[in-house]
Design a protein around this ligand. Structure first.
Ligand code: FES
Length: 468
């Protein structure tokens, strides 16, 4: 049966009637009231979000060793039939750079910030996702997950294009347009969707980064031509195509066949148990509902987060097979009969809400308002202070240093007190924007505007902040 329905307009700039209008109220409503959040105590959240370098150093040591070993086998087997399995292994590991692009983009694998950034840029190139553009794109994906007309990363659009899905096991349909997009950006001619989610001030960085990507690819292409062999190209760019099967196999499980335009990640996202080898290459992204619910969770802590919230989640799929057994018929149905069809997951009733740890100060309390007792704040901790219509974040850093800033992120709508304090920096819980706590200076995109700061005083055992 052919599909009669008019395809939905998934472009960000199309102005289709299905697109969700975005204005400040809408963001506030969605972030504050509508997106479902797991019920966890502040203490549990802090423990789960804690950053460490050790797990990521071990992970990347093994990952790069496997990549180098498979590259060596691929080179020495070139010209023999053994090159086929050798390059398949190399290409599969190379393409798993996509997981690293994703995790480092969130800034969570390492405690040391520059390590996240270096790995982010290296693996962004490997997976052919230009680093600056995709950082903004992915922020939008997290704010508007599977909201049609707002999310630039809806992988399977409706009606489902089964041929595209199949071809993308070797990145054949999505890869060339992505390379073309980098090329356009290198020329300084981004398309309308990119302009929709990238602020103008970030565009020059994207242009220069795209030019570097193109220069590296051109250098390898010239090398290949010069020696009359495409062997050099087998190590850059092409692996993302011939080795892309695992990326597609796992990536499809994240959202395909589930709901759109819902504000509950349990309805549009999956968690699927997979084998340890895949989990290693995928950096635990199989815990995908958990990831969307708390994007600040480092990859190594996702199993712990899963344990903490599993009673609030739909049951995870026990295997890829169990997932695909349900997903394939659903995608066929979306492609051939009913584009609006979606898989509905069982969602448990919410437990009693945990009262958020925040302080409400009476507006009429004067210039200096009482925040809390000193012992209510641990070291490297933050608490939210509501004062009239204003929200502040009050911090305790190492060495009993106390600070206060605006309590809402300057990028979108997120309470900074739900974020993570780390080495004098507050990380926003929504897109990992970073601010210097002492000065309020924005340190990391997508947060670009600075925070106001406020004086804090310790009087005996009590903290006061001057809000006027
Ligand atoms: S809301 Fe996006 S970085 Fe804070």
């Amino acid at each position: 049966m052919s599909v009669q329905a008019i395809p939905r307009d998934y472009s960000l700039s199309g102005g289709h009637q299905d697109a969700v209008e975005l204005d400040d109220d809408r963001i506030v409503e969605r972030m504050e009231e509508t997106w479902w959040k797991p019920k966890l105590s502040r203490q549990q959240m802090r423990e789960i979000m804690q950053r460490r370098d050790g797990p990521a150093l071990r992970h990347y040591s093994l990952w790069f060793a496997l990549l180098a070993a498979s590259a060596y086998l691929a080179v020495v087997s070139w010209g023999t039939w053994w090159a086929i399995p050798a390059f398949l292994v190399y290409g599969t590991i190379y393409s798993s750079s996509d997981a690293s692009w994703h995790e480092c983009g969130h800034g969570t694998p390492f405690r040391t910030h520059w390590l996240n950034e270096v790995l982010y840029h290296v693996t962004s190139f490997m997976t052919m996702r230009e680093a600056y553009m995709w950082r903004w794109s992915h922020s939008r994906h997290h704010t508007h997950t599977y909201i049609v007309g707002r999310d630039p990363e809806i992988q399977v659009q409706r009606p489902a294009d089964l041929l595209k899905i199949a071809m993308d096991f070797f990145y054949i349909r999505s890869g060339p347009p992505e390379v073309w997009r980098v090329f356009r950006n290198a020329l300084g001619r981004p398309n309308a969707d990119v302009l929709d989610f990238m602020p103008e001030r970030e565009l020059p960085k994207m242009y220069w980064s795209s030019r570097i990507y193109m220069a590296i690819i051109a250098a390898f292409a010239i090398w290949s031509i010069a020696i009359g062999s495409f062997l050099p190209m087998m190590f850059v760019l092409l692996p993302r195509f011939y080795g892309g099967w695992l990326h597609q196999l796992l990536g499809l499980t994240q959202h395909a066949g589930l709901g759109e335009d819902t504000y509950d990640h349990r309805e549009n996202t999956r968690t699927v148990f997979i084998n340890p080898v895949f989990a290693f290459l995928y950096m635990n992204m199989q815990y995908h509902i958990e990831h969307h619910s708390m994007p600040m969770t480092p990859f190594h802590a996702l199993p712990k987060l899963h344990e903490a919230v599993k009673d609030q989640m739909p049951p995870p799929y026990k295997s890829l097979w169990e997932c695909y057994k349900e997903m394939i018929p659903a995608l066929i149905k979306q492609a051939t009969e009913d584009p609006s069809y979606k898989i509905i997951r069982p969602i448990p009733a919410d437990p009693e809400p945990i009262t958020p740890e925040q302080v409400a100060a009476p507006e009429a309390a004067g210039e200096w308002v009482e925040v809390c007792a000193v012992e209510d704040l641990d070291e490297e901790d933050v608490i939210r202070l509501d004062h009239g219509s204003r929200t502040l974040a009050v911090y305790r850093l190492k060495g009993d240093r106390f600070y206060a800033t605006d309590g809402l992120c300057t990028h979108e709508y997120a309470y900074l007190a739900d974020g993570l304090v780390i080495d004098g920096v507050i990380e926003c819980p929504l897109h990992n924007g970073r601010f210097d706590i002492a000065t309020g200076r924005a340190l990391r995109a997508p947060a670009c505007d600075h925070l106001e700061t406020y004086p804090v005083e310790r009087r005996g055992n009590t903290l006061f902040v001057r809000v006027a």
